[in-house]
Design a protein around this ligand. Structure first.
Ligand code: KG4
Ligand code: ZN
Length: 351
C-alpha cells in the first residue's frame, strides 16, 4: 500500500447557513473532495436567506451531497476514521440537519464525532495549503453572517475583539444589491457592476472608521446608497434605482465598505502586535478588498493570508480544522447540540 492510501480520512459536513456541503479530508490536510450545493435560487426572490426554506433544502440535499463527496474521494464509509460537523454559529434548523446526519453516521460507523466552530474554520481556511502554521494571528471573518475580528492564539483559541454593531458586511452587499436591482448574492454582483462604475460620482460615508474601536456599522452606509439611488423619503423619491446610476453606486459603496474593513484590520493588527493577518469568509472573495489588504499588509510589513477563493464562501473542506481538534482529543459526545448564536465574547472551546 502506498503511503497516501494509508492516511486516515474524515468526512466533514457544513450546513450552518444556505450551503449544504460535505468534504473528505485526509489527515495530512489534503482535500480529497469538496461538494457544495448552494441554495441561491431558493433565496433569491427574498434577497436574503430564509431560515425555514434553508432547513428544508438541507434535509433534501444532505444525503446526495454526502454520497457525492464520498464518491469523488473514492472513499467508502468503512474508510472513514471520523465525522466532523459545524455546530456553531449559524441558523438553528440548518445546523441541526448537518449535526443529525453526522451523529447518525458516527454512531452507525462507530467512529468519533468532532464538532467544528464555523468562524474558527473560516480563519483556519487561510492556512490550508500553506507550509507553516498561521497561529498566532489577527483573524478577520467577513461574510454574510459575520464581520468579526479575533485574537487567534491557536486554531481553537480565538477571542472576539471587535465586530459589527448592526449588519454584517456581506449582508450589506446583499441588501445594497437589492436596492440596485442586482441579483443575489449581492457581493459578486456588486463587484462586477463596480468594474464599469466610477466610485467618485457619489460620496459615501465610512461609518465608525475613526471610532478608535474595533467596531463596524453598515446600516448607515446602506441607507446612504438608498437615498443616493432614489432620493430621501418624500414626494421626490423614486421607486426604482435609475439604471444609469447602478454601476457608479456599486463602485462607491464597495470602495467605502472596503475602506472601513481594511482600516479596522490595520487597527487590529497594530493593537494585537501580531505580524500576521488572516482573512476569511465570503466577502474575502472580493477582489478590491484583497488588493487593498495586500497594499496595507505591505505598508505595515505583516504577512497577509487571505483564504483561497474556493475556501472563502461556505464549504466543508475548511472543517479540516477537525483534525487538529481530534489530535487534541476533542471528541464530542453523541448528545452534542448546536450553538446557533455568536453569544460568547470569548468562544474558546469548552469541550
Ligand atoms: O461565508 P459565506 O458563504 O456565508 C456566511 O457564512 O455568511 O458568505 C456569503 C456572503 C454573502 O453575503 C455574499 O454576498 C458575500 O459573502 N460575497 C461577496 C463576494 N462573494 C461573496 N461579497 C463581496 N464580494 C464578493 N466577491
Ligand atoms: Zn461562513
Amino acid at each position: 500500500m502506498n503511503e497516501a492510501a494509508s492516511l486516515r480520512r474524515l468526512l466533514a459536513i457544513e450546513s450552518s447557513c444556505d450551503e449544504t456541503a460535505a468534504a473528505v479530508v485526509r489527515e495530512d490536510g489534503v482535500v480529497l473532495s469538496s461538494i457544495i450545493a448552494s441554495q441561491f435560487e431558493l433565496h433569491e426572490e427574498w434577497g436574503g436567506v430564509v431560515p425555514e426554506i434553508a432547513s428544508r433544502a438541507h434535509v433534501r440535499r444532505i444525503l446526495p451531497v454526502i454520497q457525492a463527496a464520498l464518491k469523488e474521494a473514492g472513499c467508502l464509509t468503512s474508510d472513514l476514521h471520523a465525522m466532523a460537523v459545524t455546530t456553531e454559529p449559524g441558523l438553528v434548523g440548518s445546523l441541526l440537519v448537518g449535526l443529525t446526519a453526522a451523529k447518525t453516521m458516527a454512531m452507525s460507523l462507530q467512529i468519533p464525532l468532532v464538532t467544528v466552530n464555523h468562524v474558527e474554520a473560516h480563519i483556519y481556511a487561510c492556512g490550508m495549503g500553506q507550509d507553516h502554521s498561521i497561529y498566532p494571528c489577527a483573524g478577520f471573518v467577513v461574510s454574510g453572517g459575520h464581520t468579526n475580528l479575533y485574537d487567534c492564539r491557536s486554531a481553537t483559541e480565538c477571542q472576539l475583539i471587535g465586530g459589527t454593531t448592526d449588519d454584517a458586511a456581506g449582508e450589506a452587499f446583499d441588501k445594497v444589491a437589492r436596492i440596485l436591482n442586482l441579483p443575489y448574492p449581492g457581493g459578486p454582483a456588486i463587484q462586477k457592476a463596480a468594474l464599469s462604475g466610477n466610485a467618485k460620482k457619489f460620496t459615501m460615508p465610512r461609518p465608525l472608521i475613526h471610532s478608535g474601536r474595533l467596531d463596524f456599522s453598515f446600516s448607515g452606509l446602506k441607507t446612504a446608497v438608498l437615498y443616493a439611488a432614489r432620493g430621501v423619503p418624500g414626494p421626490n423619491q423614486v421607486a426604482e434605482t435609475p439604471p444609469e446610476c447602478v454601476n457608479d453606486l456599486a463602485a462607491a459603496f464597495q470602495e467605502a465598505a472596503v475602506d472601513v474593513l481594511v482600516s479596522k484590520c490595520r487597527q487590529a493588527v497594530r493593537q494585537l502586535g501580531y505580524s500576521r493577518l488572516c482573512v476569511g469568509g465570503g466577502v474575502a472573495a472580493n477582489q478590491l478588498l484583497r488588493n487593498e489588504l495586500q497594499k496595507m499588509a505591505k505598508r505595515e510589513r505583516i504577512e497577509l493570508l487571505v483564504a483561497p477563493l474556493n475556501l472563502c464562501t461556505d464549504n466543508a473542506a475548511m472543517a479540516a480544522i477537525a483534525w487538529d481538534l481530534l489530535k487534541a482529543g476533542k471528541i464530542a459526545n453523541l448528545d452534542a447540540d448546536v450553538l446557533p448564536g455568536l453569544v460568547r465574547h470569548n468562544f474558546q472551546k469548552r469541550r
